[in-house]
Design a protein around this ligand. Structure first.
Ligand code: ARG
Length: 557
């Protein structure tokens, strides 16, 4: 039900060029009605006072079943709705299937997210790309798009020259086989440290990378082995985060098309020589130049991204491709999109970078194996401990404790990422986010279990539901339920889940207020039925909403 449209439609007197629906607002306080039409903006056109306009319009209103009365206060035309009829209409016509939108017409959207650099442990920043990307994937799917989840792993580049260099200098193949990723990380960190005082090491690493690019018989198999070890670890982390990618082809895979791309760029006269390197000039686009090939002929991050997007277009004929990374890569994607445009590919218009602000931990709160850059696995373990802590006194009959702890830990982390406006930096609030009180993920999960428990206890009756028992909180929930699909749309359109998070939190708070002030299962068949109908629709909205913001639901906690 579009309430604003309904109200606008009730006004028989029309004004040329004015759509009342665009002016109508929700009233701020209940004594001013439910919706209001401010007449000030009409005064100029109609050359009448706002009060007079309000009076004219009011006299032309056809009340119908949904509008109870209208009142004029200082140039505002206030509408009081018939809450019983509106609630009945909205609640009894609600169907969870209606939240599945068809906007996307099955268009194909590729989302490139997660995408860690395999030379390093996954750090807490990866939680952001992974969860924001996953949330977008879910939102696009919910809105009727055909989504592909792509993890463009950073498995190529000089950093692998460093790891192999480190292994040759301070380790061995056996050490790698024995200690796996830990050994690789150690070589990498040490190499970077020693490089500071021994700059010749940089050249050494570049030479090894050159051998990787040339598929050197000795080096290439070592490189492949290293990648497999690191990738296996990364995949395990994504599994813990509950995210499944369709594709893990990364920089190494797409590097096979680099020489073809270089020829194409040459043919299109886009490459310039600059001190033996090949660059693309953007002086007319107000961007700094981009290096495409280094002196030794090796490719760069951007070179591989050019080849990846062209190859992905050939493969998927996508309608949109979205890249989720931190704001540090804004320039990279501006250049990438410009290059694709300069190459004459129309799909450059369908490339979109979705950047996000930094995620950090408060100093010294969570000890991490890596000191400077907090490692994701440490954060996950910390969260799991905390989650176990807050549920330790609870008894479970349906769910098992380990399952609950896992779901709570993940919910806390995911919510802490998504609740903040995407582009803003955020610090993980260690103290407050693990609590059943306040605006936290466990509070939301707990509210959901309350709804489920009411529905379990309710025994169906044949009576007709009586909505006259709905108070302001109940009616506010009715409106939120009615509005839920537009919140899904808006969150997708803005690429910002914080909109959705805020609405879900508000709905949970309103429900808990209603729950404390009125008994749901009140012994009266007709009013109970109305309230349970509301609870069911709310549960369905939250079920979809929680899924979209990557929070698992629980039956009890
Ligand atoms: N591996 C990169 C990083 O860790 C992110 C890759 C994003 N995707 C892309 N197609 N460039 O920063």
């Amino acid at each position: 039900m579009n309430i604003k449209k309904l109200i606008a439609g009730s006004i028989s007197k029309k004004i040329d060029g004015i759509n009342y629906e665009d002016i109508i607002i929700e009233s701020i306080s209940h004594d001013k009605g439910d919706y209001s039409l401010p007449c000030f903006s009409l005064a100029k056109t109609l050359k009448k006072s706002p009060v007079q306009i309000a009076e004219d319009l009011a006299s032309s209103i056809e009340m119908g079943p949904y509008i109870e009365k209208v009142e004029i206060i200082n140039g505002y035309l206030n509408f009081f709705l018939n809450k019983i009829n509106i609630s009945k209409e909205i609640i009894e016509n609600f169907n969870i299937k209606n939240l599945k939108l068809k906007d996307g017409n099955k268009k194909t959207v590729l989302i490139d997210y997660g995408s860690p650099n395999l030379a390093k442990y996954l750090h807490i920043g990866h939680l952001k790309t992974t969860i924001i990307g996953e949330c977008l994937a879910r939102l696009f799917t919910q809105c009727g798009y055909n989504v592909k989840r792509l993890n463009y792993v950073g498995d190529y580049g000089t950093q692998f020259g460093k790891i192999i260099g480190g292994m040759i200098k301070w380790g061995s193949l056996d050490d790698v086989k024995e200690r796996g990723n830990d050994a690789l990380q150690e070589y990498y960190v040490r190499f970077n440290q020693e490089e500071i005082d021994n700059p010749e090491l940089s050249q050494y690493a570049r030479d090894i990378f050159k051998k990787i690019e040339d598929k050197d018989k000795e080096i290439y198999p070592i490189y492949e082995m290293i990648i497999n070890i690191a990738l296996k670890d990364a995949k395990h982390m994504f599994e813990i985060l509950g995210v499944k990618f369709d594709d893990y082809r990364g920089e190494m895979y797409y590097s096979q098309y680099v020489s073809k791309i270089i020829n194409e760029l040459n043919d299109k006269k886009l490459l310039l020589n600059s001190e033996d390197a090949k660059i693309i000039d953007f002086s007319s686009d107000n961007l700094p130049p981009a290096v495409i090939l280094k002196k030794d002929g090796t490719s760069l991050y951007i070179t591989r991204d050019i080849s990846a997007v062209i190859s992905r277009y050939e493969e998927y004929k996508f309608d949109k491709i979205i890249y989720v990374t931190d704001i540090a890569q804004i320039l990279h994607f501006k250049q990438l999109i410009k290059i694709i445009e300069k190459m004459g590919y129309k799909f450059s218009q369908d490339m979109e970078h979705v950047p996000y602000g930094r995620f950090s931990l408060p100093d010294g709160k969570i000890s991490s194996r890596k000191g400077k850059q907090a490692v994701l696995v440490d954060l996950l373990n910390y969260a799991l401990n905390k989650a176990n802590d807050i549920i330790k006194d609870r008894k479970f009959e349906i769910e098992d404790r380990e399952n609950v702890a896992n779901k709570v830990a993940r919910a806390v982390l995911n919510y802490s990422v998504l609740k903040v406006e995407r582009i803003k930096d955020c610090v993980f609030d260690v103290e407050k986010s693990f609590s059943f009180e306040g605006e936290t993920a466990p509070y939301m999960q707990y509210t959901y279990t309350r709804l489920e428990s009411i529905l379990r206890k309710y025994e169906t009756s044949e009576d007709k539901a009586d909505y006259s028992c709905f108070n302001d909180d109940a009616f506010s929930l009715v409106k939120d339920i009615n509005d839920f699909s537009s919140i899904i749309r808006l969150s997708l359109e803005k690429r910002d889940a914080s909109i959705m998070c805020k609405r879900i939190m508000d709905m949970c708070k309103t429900f808990n207020k209603m729950y404390t002030n009125c008994k749901i299962l009140d012994g009266n068949h007709a009013t109970t039925k109305a309230k349970v109908n509301l609870v069911r629709a709310l549960r369905d909205c939250l079920k979809v909403g929680f899924y979209l913001i990557c929070i698992d639901t629980l039956q009890e906690m």
